[in-house]
Design a protein around this ligand. Structure first.
Ligand code: SAH
Length: 218
């Protein structure tokens, strides 16, 4: 993979400036979280030279670490506050998890592939991040024990909006979720719960790996 329109980006700072600030992300807390969290820690050994590339990268098990800008955009859409408790579905590399952990009080993250959850836990431990709880299992169930959440971020795409996740969103809470058919272009939705009612906004087209093991999948 070439460096794309930005050529070869060689540092985390340059990645933030060109790909994230350069595309209009302006929330200071989001930008600081990215500057504090070097993406190189989240790539497998054989992908280190793509650490700052403007694209998703394979992390094994047919999964990917998301494009930095996508992580930034979803994080900004969540309108995070420092007191928030956030649920993340799809821990993957732990990159998005680490970014969230820099901004909010607590992050609860669920991953269906045990090896990925394990690896992410080790990376976050090395980075001395201590406000994250990990669970291995299906994200369709959310994490009832710790609900309701001020924000929910889903980083794999289900074919519809899972009822149970909306259920676990606090009043005033925000959920950011890609929805669509497997391996087709999906739509990023932002759902805001106000007085028990869900308001849905279309935030454009995206491409995520499928959310597996749900009611629509065999
Ligand atoms: N935020 C991650 C993205 C990882 S890709 C990162 O930037 O690294 C999406 C992840 O969702 C994959 O690790 C995949 O295994 C996981 N996933 C897929 N279906 C899931 C489900 N039903 N429950 C929990 N995690 C799921």
């Amino acid at each position: 993979m070439m460096g794309g329109i930005f050529g070869k980006t060689t540092s985390n700072r340059e990645m933030v400036e060109l790909q994230i600030v350069g595309r209009g992300i302006s929330d200071e807390r989001v930008l600081n979280a990215f500057l504090e969290t070097d993406r190189i820690h989240f790539l497998p050994e054989d992908k280190l030279n793509s650490a700052y590339s403007d694209s998703p990268q394979p992390i094994g098990f047919e999964q990917t670490i998301s494009q930095p800008f996508m992580v930034a955009e979803m994080t900004e859409l969540l309108e995070l506050k420092s007191t928030d408790r956030i649920l993340e579905i799809g821990t993957g590399s732990g990159y998005q998890t680490a970014i969230l952990s820099r901004i909010v009080r607590e992050v609860y993250t669920v991953e269906i592939i045990p090896e990925l959850s394990q690896r992410a836990q080790e990376v976050l431990r090395k980075l001395e991040i201590t406000n994250v709880r990990f669970k291995t299992g299906s994200g369709f169930d959310g994490w009832k024990e710790f609900a309701p959440f001020d924000g929910i971020i889903v980083t794999a795409a289900p074919e519809g909006i899972p009822e149970e996740l909306v259920e676990q969103l606090a009043d005033g809470g925000r959920m950011v979720i890609p929805v669509g058919m497997r391996y087709q272009i999906q739509t990023l939705f932002k759902i805001t719960k106000v007085k028990g009612k869900s308001h849905i906004k279309n935030c454009g087209s995206v491409a995520f790996v499928p959310m597996v093991g749900g009611p629509d999948y065999i």
